[in-house]
Design a protein around this ligand. Structure first.
Ligand code: A2R
Length: 313
């Protein structure tokens, strides 16, 4: 199989390239011009998804069977600060990708990656949240991803494109940007252990409950969906179990022998926070047989190890 990843220089892209190579697929990947991808066996292209002609050129040249669209402005915090950019990249960029696919002679299967954040203000009796639950996005990032999801369905129905939509809940693991909570905690602890800062861990809202999955399980779900998912369908990808950020924090702190104080940093509190987000993953499991395989303790340990090495460099 020939698979192309759009936006592969990010956190998920690195792990997805590894998984596709492991499966023996021929892998193509795009990145922003200023980014780097150093992965043997992958054909790498520069591509800004705000440039429609460039998308067509790259996809025509590679002629994939599968496309995974990861390119995004993926930070909720940044979406509040820069809504225009978030809308451009996440909505216009997705339409540019779908239009380029529509014009291709050989039509690939497309996986659009969205977010569990799309569900937004979930009522307690809606948890675990299934794909039928109405989307009530609570932030700008989530609204743009909800829009991408609806556009994907429209392109599937109106143009008979083979498009599937993923709503991925929080994923964690080595190499994630420290603007995300687990990476932030692990990086800070690694810096404290290395004596690079005061032994005070800065945190945001600890009471929110989120559904965390190891990124290596997440990318396995993506390849299984490409092979077995149903066209035009929406799939939740998550662990199916929410955990409070405070509990995560305790587990991570317990992995360190350093004496660490915890301090709430008001700048880390988001304007709107949703108390609980937990996925119903029965559709994904029924259609693909996927199950999460990496225990949370291993994910946290691997992530802390990654940051212990990273802060030494
Ligand atoms: O913003 P950068 O320079 O880090 O580049 C990001 C890239 N990207 C773009 N690629 C092409 N054209 C653009 N106009 C454009 N703007 C941003 O998409 C980055 O390399 C990649 C997204 O990677 P991450 O931000 O690390 O996201 P992650 O965690 O890999 O999540 C993948 C997908 C995203 O659609 C999330 O919203 C979703 O999973 O949860």
């Amino acid at each position: 199989m020939k698979a192309f990843i759009i936006g592969a220089a990010g956190f998920v892209g690195g792990h997805l390239m590894d998984e596709m190579l492991r499966l023996g697929w021929t892998v193509g990947a795009s990145k922003m011009p200023q980014e780097t991808i150093a992965k043997d066996g992958v054909s790498v292209y520069d591509l800004d998804i705000l440039n429609p002609a460039a998308i067509s050129a790259v996809l025509s040249a590679f002629a994939p069977d599968y496309i995974v669209h990861l390119a995004a402005q993926s930070s909720v915090a940044l979406s509040w600060k820069n809504p225009g950019l978030t809308i451009d990249v996440n909505i216009k960029g997705a339409v540019n990708v779908l239009e380029a696919v529509r014009a291709l002679e050989k039509k690939p299967r497309v996986l659009l990656i969205g977010s569990g954040e799309q569900y937004g203000h979930i009522h307690l009796d809606e948890c675990p949240v299934s794909e039928q639950t109405p989307m009530r996005p609570g932030n700008i990032y989530a609204a743009t991803k909800a829009c991408q999801d609806m556009l994907g369905k429209i392109y599937a129905d109106a143009y008979d494109l083979d498009v599937m939509m993923v709503r991925a809940f929080n994923h964690v693991g080595p190499a994630q940007n420290p603007m995300f909570v687990v990476a932030s905690f692990c990086k800070q602890i690694a810096e404290i252990e290395a004596g690079l800062c005061q032994p005070v861990l800065q945190v945001g809202n600890l009471s929110a409950k989120r559904d965390f999955t190891d990124v290596r399980d997440v990318v396995r779900a993506y390849t299984m969906l490409l092979e077995r998912g149903r066209s035009g369908e929406v799939y939740n990808v998550g662990s199916g179990k929410a955990i409070a950020i405070s509990e995560l924090l305790e587990k991570i702190v317990a992995l360190s022998s350093a004496q660490i104080a915890v301090q709430v940093d008001p700048s880390r509190l988001r304007p709107v926070d949703i108390p609980i987000i937990e996925a119903d993953i029965s559709r994904l499991q029924r259609d693909t047989g996927w199950k999460p395989a990496v225990p949370l303790e291993q994910t946290l340990g691997d992530t802390l190890c990654y940051w212990r090495k990273a802060v030494q460099q």
